[in-house]
Design a protein around this ligand. Structure first.
Ligand code: 3HC
Length: 288
């Protein structure tokens, strides 16, 4: 079996980015979300990005047309009936994800592989909602999916070697380097490394040791990271970071994962990062 047609469930920043990437790399893509405006929004963002690539002479108009034609948009999961692989990239709520997998299990062919782009949740729990736990795998992309070179391929309790192989091959065909996570554990590799850095950075600020700006500068220049922790939280979503920390806490009951008060205050104030126009920093929304 080779993966040729991919169903991407969820048209947010990650789902839209994955659909864009997959289409650019020659896969046929079905992009689905619950409302037409979400899928249309994603396709418009993809087209606008391609226009910029044309301006930069990194893409031709003909290439744009071919790539866009590879993506079909829908609000009906039934349109995933003929896909070889699903990549789920919906809201990080285990019950919502489980019910989507349960529905997909009835729609898709028994051969279809189910990948989840969850940033930290249990692949085994998602697999248990299906009749094909051997074909369920974690496929964790990083933001922005078009640029970031890694995909974590996560083995759930029952994931077969064949599924891991097919998922890794699909990631490679998208130009990514797959790394196999051998055990289904919260946060896999990257978020498990990244989360303590976020929490420590927040504690440094809470203890009055340095400002967020200076922590970001220190990390960028001292560790050669492209973004400091506060910039990165604003970029990927302050709520996502707290969600991952809360999940780690719920799984371990270890208070080291307790989200500090200052970050909880940001969430209560609706400062979720770039997407809301403010987070740790002020950001201008488009058109301002
Ligand atoms: N989508 C596609 N391409 C993008 C992009 C996006 N959202 N943002 C930037 N790019 C492209 C630009 O078009 C540009 O391409 P070009 O060289 O062909 O012109 C290139 O990236 C560089 O962009 P910029 O010059 O505008 O900006 P930067 O040099 O600052 O790069 C960045 C932007 C790539 C986002 C860089 O700052 C970066 O790598 N940041 C760190 C991102 C990161 O760590 N992501 C992982 C987050 S953790 C995660 O996702 C896990 C989850 O579970 C929480």
């Amino acid at each position: 079996m080779t993966i040729r047609k991919i169903g991407v469930l969820g048209a947010g920043a990650m789902g839209g980015g994955i659909a864009h990437l997959a289409a650019a790399k020659g896969f046929e893509v079905v992009l689905c979300d619950v409302e037409q405006r979400f899928v249309e929004g994603a396709i418009n963002r993809i087209a606008a990005f391609m226009d910029k690539s044309i301006e930069k002479q990194k893409m031709t108009v003909a290439e744009k047309e071919v790539a866009l034609k590879r993506i079909s948009i829908t609000t009906r999961m039934e349109d995933f009936a003929s896909v070889d692989m699903v990549i789920e990239a919906i809201f990080e709520d285990i019950e919502v994800k489980k019910s989507a997998f349960e529905k997909l299990d009835k729609i898709c062919s028994p051969e279809t592989i189910f990948g989840s782009n969850t940033s930290s949740m249990s692949i085994t729990a998602l697999a248990a909602a299906t009749s094909r736990p051997d074909k369920v795998v974690g496929l964790h992309f990083f933001n922005p999916p078009l640029i970031m070179r890694l995909v974590e391929v996560i083995r759930g309790y029952y994931t077969s070697d064949e599924t891991l192989k097919l998922a890794s091959e699909a990631a490679q065909m998208m130009g990514k380097t797959p790394v196999v996570v051998k055990k289904d554990t919260p946060g896999f590799i990257v978020n498990r490394v990244m989360m303590p850095q976020f929490l420590e950075a927040i504690r440094i600020v809470e203890e009055g040791i340095a400002t967020p700006e200076d922590v970001d500068t220190a990390v960028k220049l001292g560790l050669n990271y492209p973004m400091g922790p506060f910039e990165l939280m604003d970029y990927t979503g302050v709520d996502i970071a707290v969600h991952v920390a809360d999940y780690f806490f719920s799984e371990s009951k270890d208070t080291k994962w307790n989200a500090p008060q200052t970050v909880k205050a940001l969430i209560r104030a609706g400062r979720l990062g770039k997407k809301t126009g403010a987070g740790w920093y002020e950001h201008k929304k488009k058109g301002e």
